[in-house]
Design a protein around this ligand. Structure first.
Ligand SMILES: O=C(O)C(=O)C[C@]1(C(=O)O)C=C[C@@H](O)C=C1
Length: 90
């Protein structure tokens, strides 16, 4: 295996874990969504999103990766809101 293939194999393994964890996160999002619907709470909670971003920043060890990881989290939460919105419309 050449170096590029080997590195891409490493990414595939990490991605497998990421997908597993994202699915785990979505199961919780689904439960939160139902609970917020029951309590008639809006989907967007800006202060909670800020807290999630603060924690992600704190958990990032290498400052060089911070911006990328924060942007990824913004995307994750944007899609989490989209999922919740689509569920409510059904
Ligand atoms: O914690 C919530 O209330 C959620 O709906 C979950 C979540 C998230 O994906 O982390 C999504 C939307 C909210 O704006 C805040 C956080």
């Amino acid at each position: 295996m050449n170096k590029l293939e080997e590195l891409r194999n490493n990414i595939d393994q990490v991605d497998q874990e990421i997908v597993r964890l994202l699915e785990k996160r979505m199961i919780i999002v689904q439960e939160i969504s139902q609970e917020k619907q029951k309590q008639e709470i809006t989907i967007l909670d800006a202060s909670r999103e800020q807290a999630v971003l603060d924690l992600a920043r704190k958990n990032t060890e290498n400052p060089a990766y911070q911006e990328t990881i924060i942007n990824t989290y913004k995307d994750i939460m944007k899609n989490s809101r989209l999922y919740q919105k689509e569920k409510r419309e059904k």
